[in-house]
Design a protein around this ligand. Sequence first.
Ligand SMILES: [Zn+2]
Length: 357
Amino acid sequence: MKDFRKLITLVAATVIALCLFVTGIVISGFRDDGHASDSSKITVKAAVKSETQAATLSAARASEVSAVSTDIPVAEDDETLGFTAKKTSLKAGKSYTFKVNMSGVTWTSSKEEVATVSASGKVVAKTVGKTKITASAGTQSVSVTLTVKPKKTIGIDAGHQRRANLGMEPVGPGSSTSKYKVTGGTSGRTTGIAEYKLTLRVAKKLKEELKSRGYAVVMTRTKHDVDISNKERALKLNKSCDIAIRLHADGSDSTSIKGASVLYPGPDNPYVANLSAKSKKLSQKVLDSYIAATGLSSRGLHVRNDLTGTNWSTIPVTLIEMGYMTNASDDVYMSKKANQYKMAKGMADGIDAYFGY
Ligand SMILES: [Zn+2]
């Protein structure tokens, strides 16, 4: 009987101790939610002190450490949403994974054409511009403005202008030889379209195509009524561009001559021999892609050391003769809007290939 009574006392003591422990945990849990009053906090603390484990928990709570045990639910509201990995600028074509200190957040980009963001926070930079990257969780959100920088800057010269300027300028730096500042160009024998109109139509489409691929673009002209010499065009593009592409179309007395060709400075060019190798590579890439995109015939690469707009360049430069305006099939082909998009796409493919994108 004595042993039985001992056993009962032991069991009863254990049950009471367990009850106190569990009560302590439950009320402590309330406190994390911020609903328990100060008086209940004090009562619970006193009750659990007899239990070593619970006393440890209580001490941790007293020091305001919110997450002490994985058994105890911690309200997310107690955390402030913040970035743990972010960037404020990214080059077009590059990606970076943004991170925050919470899981299950929703990611958005205010301008998806500038950069997209996936459900896991992976940001892919697309085009030059600014966009706001936002992470949201419940009522909280954090944002950062991301600037997408160009992968490269491309200079486009739409050849010629409405009126020729037959004033003279040196064909290259330090040259005693001079040429007309800018000539009138050729025109479509079948369509009647002027070369200066065709070059600007294609230039504008090339600009849009390049921008959509993450390049920045500088144009020597965006309208017909300008007066910019070939030397001035080169100097304008030299300022901020990585390469220059000059758009022209050919003309000949023979109506049967057709096809596209590219002109670049040779290794013996007196002004820009240092740009010859890169300009040749650029010319080759542009021609190959242009022919592939359009199906026009190729007349290959040609060294030209007498072109003012090329000789004043300080960046790799190519001049593409897009086709013969004096040939009926080339002329009609180039006059069509749908084909001009193909021509622009072909050139952009060549520029991508030159840079290795
Ligand atoms: Zn021309």
